[in-house]
Each structure stands twice: as structure tokens, then as C-alpha cells.
Design a protein around this ligand. Structure first.
Ligand code: ADP
Ligand code: MG
Length: 339
């Protein structure tokens, strides 16, 4: 008799959770991505104790059909892709179908969702992978996810959590980046009952920047707006007088997804060249749009890294776009922008 056997589903989910759910901020990222993918115009986020006690994300998006509620929490179950072809042209933030089952394996989750304005919806409760309730309930259109007592059943992971303040910092980072990525969505974020962020959701990126970084910083930014046959680059980048000590000042979005990309960040800094003091970074929000086939987002479970198929061309495009933006404000002689 052989000794190899498939893992049971709960164990498989716990193992996947080790990859997807590193800390409260990784849960929050997945929940907000789902809210955004659902076509929401409003996303309300609240957290308690750095997200370890409670994370709540409520949206007014498409909602989950009653029959789909349980499936949403099953591994590799997704409404976002269906064929291998889809994997090479991903237009949503999620696609792996791993987040909800992973989260539900290591926390107590309540999901209330409705797909229309009838007032009738569905409630599902799962604790450590066990279903406690799945019944009809009153609910407004959209979805509310409540995640309590994260890592309550994985004490080893819980021990690694840093202070509330550190976890809150990571949570804020996630909310800020999503808010910057989608100025057309109204976000709120509160922690322990204190409202920390409210964005208007009117599509104006500068107002989102103002809500996060302050009005003065928002005013000291130059619009970037450049197009090539393959790429569009839209955003705001700081005047060289408005620099920050932290690399975090640079937000790079690819098709609306926050990513860590040297292929975009490096040419950005190169464009500033000697205008930037040593170890200073411009406050920047850049959204790079391209056909989904030109970028592979399926590189890492957290989807933070991407691979570009024409990286050199992209680097040149970004550098010249930023130089052009800086030259319109006369920081670079305009001749230098066109190489
Ligand atoms: P993925 O986002 O990769 O599809 P998830 O585990 O995050 O996987 O979610 C599983 C499915 O649950 C999604 O494909 C979607 O159909 C549904 N879902 C999750 N959150 C929401 C939400 N806020 N609004 C509508 N549908 C949702
Ligand atoms: Mg998801």
C-alpha cells in the first residue's frame, strides 16, 4: 500500500493561507480587490487593533448569488477566469480563487451579500474552515465581509505579528494604494472607530492624493499624460522641490493594480536625474495601461510582482514621459525630453 494521499481540503487551505495571508494587511488587500472587481462605487473599510481583532470591508458592488456563496469559499473557485486563454489577459485584480478559502481557514468570517435592491440577501459564516451558517437575510445590494480573530487557530503565525501600530501602517498602505489606483471609487477607512481616510470617488486623482498626503503635496504635483502605441501613462508626479525620504512615495499601478516594479520606478528616477537630491524620492502616482497580454501578473500569489513582455521599450517610454512632464514645468529644458 502506498503512503501518499491527497491533503484534505481544510489542510490544503491552511497551507495556501501561509502564502496568501501573511498578516492583516494581506487579508485586507484581497478583500478590497474583491470589492473593486465587483464594480463597486463605494468601499468602506474598518479595522480594529491593527486588523487582528477585526477587518470589515463593505461594498455596493455586484454581490454574490445565494447559490454561489459557499463556492466563493472553495479553493480555486472563481468567477473571474474560466480558460487557460484568460490567464494571459487578466483584466481583474483577482483570478486565483484562493483568497477567501485561505482567509476562512485561519479566521472567523462572516459574509453578507445581495445581488439586487430587493433587500433580500444571503449570510454565510465560516470559522476555521467550518461552515456555521448559510441562510437568507436582509441585506443591501453589495457585499460585506467581516474577518474576526485572524490567526486564532494558527498561534505560530499570530506570534509573528508586530505591534498594532505596525500592522495599522501596513493596512493604511493597502487602502491608500487602492484609493490611488481608483479615484473613481469612494473609499473610507477607519481604525478603532477613528476615520483615517475619505476619498470623494469623483475620479480626480489629485483629490485622492490630497486626502492621503495633504493638500500642499497634491498641489505640488505635475500631471503625466503620455501615450504610445503599446502604453498609456497617466498620473501625477512631484515637482523636484517636493521629495520624500522613502521609496514608498512612489506608487506604480499597472492596469489599476499596485505593483512593485523596478522596470517603472527606475526610469522614473532616471528622468529626474540630477533634479533629485541623494536618497530622495518624488511623490508619484503612475497608472500604466497596456493590453493585458503585454504583462504577466501570475508571477506570485500576492500578485505584487509582474513581468513585462517588452521591458526595454517600456523603460524608454516611462523615462521620456516623465521628462516631458517635467519639461512642461520647465524643470528640464524641453529639448532634453525628446531623445
Ligand atoms: P478571486 O478573487 O481570485 O476570484 P476569491 O477567493 O477572492 O477569488 O473570491 C472568490 C469569488 O467570490 C470571486 O471570484 C467572486 O465571484 C466572489 N466574490 C468575493 N468577494 C466578492 C465581493 N466583494 N463582491 C462580489 N463577489 C465577490
Ligand atoms: Mg479575490
Amino acid at each position: 500500500m502506498g503512503i501518499i494521499r491527497p491533503l484534505d481540503e481544510h489542510l490544503a487551505n491552511q497551507i495556501a493561507a501561509g502564502e496568501v495571508v501573511e498578516r492583516p494587511a494581506s487579508v485586507l488587500k484581497e478583500l478590497i480587490e474583491n470589492a473593486v472587481d465587483a464594480g463597486s462605487t463605494r468601499v468602506d473599510v474598518s479595522a480594529e487593533e491593527g486588523g487582528l481583532n477585526l477587518l470589515r470591508v463593505a461594498d455596493d458592488g455586484s454581490g454574490i448569488q445565494p447559490d454561489d456563496m459557499l463556492l466563493a469559499f472553495q479553493r480555486h473557485a472563481t468567477s473571474k477566469i474560466s480558460s487557460g486563454k484568460d490567464l494571459f489577459q487578466i483584466a481583474t485584480l483577482g483570478f486565483r480563487g484562493e483568497a477567501l478559502p485561505s482567509i476562512a481557514a485561519v479566521a472567523k468570517v462572516k459574509c453578507v451579500s445581495a445581488t439586487d435592491d430587493s433587500g433580500l440577501g444571503r449570510l454565510l459564516e465560516i470559522e476555521g474552515g467550518n461552515m456555521l451558517a448559510n441562510r437568507d437575510t436582509n441585506a443591501p445590494k453589495g457585499t460585506e465581509m467581516v474577518v474576526k480573530d485572524l490567526f486564532y487557530n494558527t498561534p505560530a503565525r499570530l506570534k509573528y505579528m508586530k505591534t498594532i501600530q505596525t500592522e495599522l501602517g501596513h493596512l493604511s498602505d493597502v487602502v491608500y494604494r487602492q484609493a490611488l489606483a481608483r479615484p473613481d471609487i469612494a473609499f473610507t477607512f477607519s481604525h478603532n472607530g477613528n476615520l483615517l481616510l475619505r476619498t470623494p470617488g469623483n475620479g480626480d486623482l489629485r483629490q485622492v492624493v490630497a486626502a492621503i498626503y495633504g493638500t500642499a503635496s497634491a498641489k505640488a504635483m505635475i500631471a503625466v499624460n503620455e501615450e504610445s502605441p503599446d502604453y498609456t501613462l497617466i498620473g501625477l508626479t512631484a515637482m523636484p522641490t517636493e521629495t520624500r525620504a522613502n521609496r514608498n512615495a512612489v506608487t506604480v499601478l499597472v492596469n489599476g493594480r499596485y505593483v512593485r516594479s523596478q522596470a517603472v520606478a527606475q526610469p522614473l528616477l532616471q528622468a529626474y536625474h540630477t533634479l533629485l537630491p541623494l536618497h530622495r524620492y518624488p511623490l508619484t502616482v503612475l497608472d500604466l495601461k497596456m493590453h493585458p497580454t503585454l504583462v504577466d501578473v501570475n508571477v506570485h500569489p500576492a500578485k505584487l510582482e509582474v513581468r513585462f513582455s517588452k521591458e526595454n521599450e517600456l523603460r524608454a517610454f516611462v523615462e521620456s514621459a516623465i521628462k516631458k512632464a517635467l519639461s512642461t514645468e520647465a524643470y528640464i529644458p524641453s529639448g532634453a525630453a525628446v531623445r
